[in-house]
Design a protein around this ligand. Structure first.
Ligand code: BT5
Length: 247
């Protein structure tokens, strides 16, 4: 895709993800939908994505079958890696991907990813990948969020151009999708695993029935995390409504 093609700009929308899900039938695969503000920005599992007007990037990308060798299940990793690479390009330090798909600077969340599938008559019609990156939120706006949060501009002490950020993000996202379509996920997976910086770290994961505490041994290719507890037992945890804490 040429970087200027296939982008729909909206002044205000409830949620760019909701827009793509509603309009899936008429949107071409590969279209990026960007909004200046969202009145009902969504996180995972009904959580709210704080989306004040005119200061951040809110974008959703719609992809439709055939996906070739791109497994839609890895789109959260592709999207979080694209956001990670984009903010690193600006010079933000201490960036890491918090499994499964949040981008953090230290203890503060900088970007989030929400992937949803539209299924019609038992078949996937479209997969929508939403990415929110905080760019120029003020300290007062960041303080409204119920967990520690930051923005690229706050990290660098300068304003970031939303459309420049979009072009960079689209470049990384499209390149990773093309790599997966022709070669599968292995190469992107290795980049994503390194960006997480979690292998060898002690973590606790809550949200599974019993919870797991131990050392991250590896990530499986399907995005599961493998943790070894102090008894040496290995636990494989799939992503879901889980909270990972660094110990
Ligand atoms: C996410 O959910 O992190 C997914 C966020 C996806 C947002 C994009 S914006 C474009 C597209 N359209 C949408 O409607 N959504 C997508 P989750 O892992 O559930 O995290 C949600 C939690 O992050 C909230 O409960 C807050 O604690 C925190 N949070 C909310 N808004 C935030 C923000 N702007 N910056 C940092 N943290 C935030």
């Amino acid at each position: 895709m040429h970087p200027d093609d296939g982008i729909i700009y909206l002044a205000e929308v409830d949620s760019t993800n909701s827009y793509c899900m509603r309009e899936a039938a008429s949107l071409a695969s590969g279209t990026f939908v960007v909004a200046d503000s969202q009145t009902a920005g969504r996180g995972r599992l009904g959580r709210v994505w704080h989306s004040p007007p005119g200061c951040n990037l809110y974008v959703s990308i719609i992809l439709k079958p055939p996906f070739q060798r791109l497994d839609p299940a890895v789109l959260p990793q592709i999207a979080s890696l694209a956001a990670y690479n984009t903010v690193r390009d600006y010079g933000v330090q201490d960036v890491w991907i918090k499994w499964p798909n949040d981008v953090y600077v230290g203890d503060c969340k900088l970007a989030g990813v929400l992937t949803e599938s539209r299924v019609v008559a038992g078949a996937v019609e479209a997969v929508v990948t939403g990415i929110g990156i905080n760019l120029n939120m003020s300290p007062a706006e960041l303080a409204v969020i119920d967990k520690p949060a930051t923005a690229v501009g706050a990290q660098l002490d300068r304003d970031i151009d939303r459309d420049d950020c979009l072009q960079r993000l689209a470049g990384y996202f499209n390149a990773a999708c093309a790599t997966c379509q022709s070669h599968g996920f292995e190469q992107i997976y290795a980049e994503w695993r390194d960006a997480s910086g979690l292998v060898g770290r002690r973590v606790s994961i809550t949200g599974t029935e019993a919870g797991v505490t131990g050392t991250v041994r590896q990530f499986a290719i399907d995005g599961s995390i493998v943790i070894v507890d102090e008894r040496g037992a290995s636990h494989t945890v799939r992503s879901g409504d889980l909270t990972l804490t660094l110990l």
